[in-house]
Design a protein around this ligand. Structure first.
Ligand SMILES: *Cc1c(COP(=O)(O)O)cnc(C)c1O
Length: 582
């Protein structure tokens, strides 16, 4: 009875009183910073965000500043010593926790900088950032309808918007936002295993069903076959054509024929629709024909065709582009690439499911990957797990019955959905095409420079891989010899090391805030063997591979001037490396 009275006298008007117990007083210190449950101008969250926003502005460089955040690119921890951390006995005030948090961003590569050109690493657009902040505040759980309500429309409309792009019936399709392009792959594989080996859901995988993908497919094939328990040995790599880099249809047919004659089922064929770097697309329409020609043996379900389009899907935005009148005034080179990529990505129409990353060519924050399936009735039924006494269905959409995840954040779905609304088709076209224009400008500069040569001149993607040679060496003919002539193996290895030294120097210059011609140097990358020498097709000679400097300009603020400067930095780094070799 005494306890009941103490509880009742501890609050007045929602505030603790002097007689309140210590826990209530201590808790109130923190609840003073929690987001306000009610409307008004004194929301602690809004005020704290305002303060933090001002502080993060200080992380950004001055105009023309270096390509990292904050005042130094120094890494401020030692590993594993950093893990000798423990939670403090007392609570800390919000400002100091935010100060510490902001400090974690000190020195990080700045994704917004036009000098950042190292990888598929886009700066998220404003609509996607703000859209994905809301669920952090209101905590929708897209596991089911009751805890997400209308927020579910972001996922449902995404399914329709993407299905429409690829010519699928939007109301019959569906999608799940999940944890990455790798998560999409896993969903695709689980769908395939469930369809082809229905018993596997209860009894486990007891058959070595095969997963066929091109030799240039993404390495996450290993994560997914490993984690599903299918086993990495069941990956069958189909060789690619030397000139197109596409999955070889002859080789695919051979393997399909062989598996059929041996009674071995094929769980899935994966068409990579846009490889991460070279932007290669597998011939999906022809793959579908072959699949239909070699169905699985009796007793197994139909092979699933999965399109790993996480890095290439947005080329579909050019489907509606008028290439004749060219309203966005792209150059002929860019028009040709956009048209070619669009025509091949359209083949996704033939897939059963597709993976889409918004955090790549969708300029959205992590993670906003979307696994989209053509036949919602099939996918959602064959993957269904019983009923959940714990949750009630109060809306028509309750994906908890067939998802990998239990709780799911809405941040990814809101980011993807808001991006599609905000950019629209034309926005995607102008950003994608614009980046390609910059890439072609860079290629022109490289072509014009006697000591530079493109190492990937046939590629239709955004990456530029190139080599630079010392003064006096004719880059075109030198590289051609290294690429094709075994007698130049020694030169190839020598200039590979040279390329690596330049790449390392550029990286260290970027880190140290070095300036060339009064301007900070770019954050670029280099590749140690993105392709083999022509006389080493199978890679049996591990040293007869091509190293190259790598430039991946995805930034929307990048200009021709920045690209010109980047090449000046490459030349300066080359000269310093040569100087050091003397
Ligand atoms: C990036 C990529 C993946 C992996 O996607 P994440 O979003 O990084 O998990 C898979 N496939 C391809 C072709 C990719 O480019």
């Amino acid at each position: 009875m005494e306890q009941k009275e103490k509880m009742e006298s501890s609050w007045s008007n929602g505030q603790v009183t002097d007689s309140a117990p210590q826990w209530a007083k201590y808790r109130q210190i923190m609840t003073g910073d929690f987001p306000s449950p009610f409307r008004g101008s004194d929301d602690p969250l809004a005020q704290a965000i305002m303060k933090a926003i001002q502080k993060i502005d200080n992380l950004r460089p001055e105009k023309g500043g270096p390509a990292y955040l904050g005042s130094s690119s120094k890494l401020t921890y030692e590993y594993p010593d950093v893990k000798a951390a423990s939670i403090k006995p007392e609570s800390q005030d919000l400002d100091s926790v935010m100060e510490d948090t902001i400090n974690l961003f000190q020195g990080m590569p700045n994704v917004a900088s036009p000098l950042t050109m190292a990888n598929v690493w886009p700066q998220p657009n404003t609509a996607s950032i703000i859209a994905s902040i809301f669920p952090l505040i209101f905590m929708p759980n897209i596991i089911e309808g009751e805890y997400s309500w209308n927020v579910h429309k972001a996922e449902l409309e995404s399914a329709g918007m993407i299905a429409n792009l690829f010519g699928w019936e939007p109301t019959k399709a569906g999608c799940i936002y999940t944890y990455g392009g790798s998560g999409c792959w896993l969903y695709g594989l689980k769908y395939a295993l469930t369809r082809v080996l229905p018993d596997s859901r209860n009894k486990g995988i007891r058959t070595d069903a095969k997963v066929l993908c091109s030799a240039q497919s993404h390495y996450c094939r290993e994560n997914e076959t490993d984690w599903t328990g299918l086993g990495m040995d069941n990956i069958v790599l189909i060789p690619t054509d030397d000139t197109t880099n596409q999955m070889s249809l002859e080789a695919l047919e051979e393997r399909l024929k062989e598996f059929q004659s041996q009674g071995i089922p094929v769980a899935s064929i994966i068409c990579t629709m846009g490889t991460t770097d070279a932007s290669v697309f597998d011939p999906i329409a022809e793959v579908r024909q072959l699949m239909d020609k070699y169905p699985n043996p009796q007793g197994y379900g139909q092979t699933l065709l999965y399109a790993d389009a996480v890095a290439g899907w947005s080329w579909i935005m050019f489907d509606q582009y008028d290439f004749e009148s060219n309203p966005l005034e792209f150059s002929q080179e860019v028009l040709a690439i956009a048209k070619k990529n669009m025509e091949i990505i359209k083949g996704i129409h033939y897939a059963d499911a597709i993976g889409v990353d918004f955090h790549k060519f969708g300029w959205s924050p992590y993670v906003s990957s979307c696994f989209v399936y053509k036949d919602a009735a099939e996918f959602e039924n064959i993957l269904r797990r019983g009923s959940y006494a714990y949750l009630q269905e109060v809306t028509p959409y309750n994906p908890m019955y067939y998802t990998l995840e239990v709780s799911r954040s809405a941040a990814g779905s809101l980011a993807g959905w808001a991006t599609m609304k905000y950019l629209g088709v034309k926005g995607f076209q102008s950003i994608l095409g614009g980046i390609l224009e910059v890439r072609y400008y860079l290629q022109t500069l490289i072509d014009e420079h006697p000591q530079m040569v493109m190492a990937d001149a046939d590629d239709d993607g955004f990456i530029t891989l190139f080599r630079v040679y010392p003064e006096g060496v004719d880059a075109d003919s030198q590289f051609n010899k290294e690429l094709t002539d075994k007698n130049y193996r020694g030169d190839l290895i020598k200039y590979n090391q040279f390329t690596e030294a330049i790449g390392e120097k550029l990286f260290n210059w970027y880190l140290s805030g070095k300036q060339v011609n009064g301007k900070y140097t770019p954050h670029m990358a280099y590749s140690t063997g993105f392709r083999n020498a022509d006389y080493n097709p199978d890679g049996t000679d591990p040293e007869a591979v091509i190293y190259a400097l790598k430039c991946y300009p995805m930034n929307v603020f990048v200009t021709p001037e920045v690209m010109k400067h980047a090449l000046n930095c490459v030349i300066a780094a080359r000269d310093e490396v040569l100087q050091e070799m003397k």
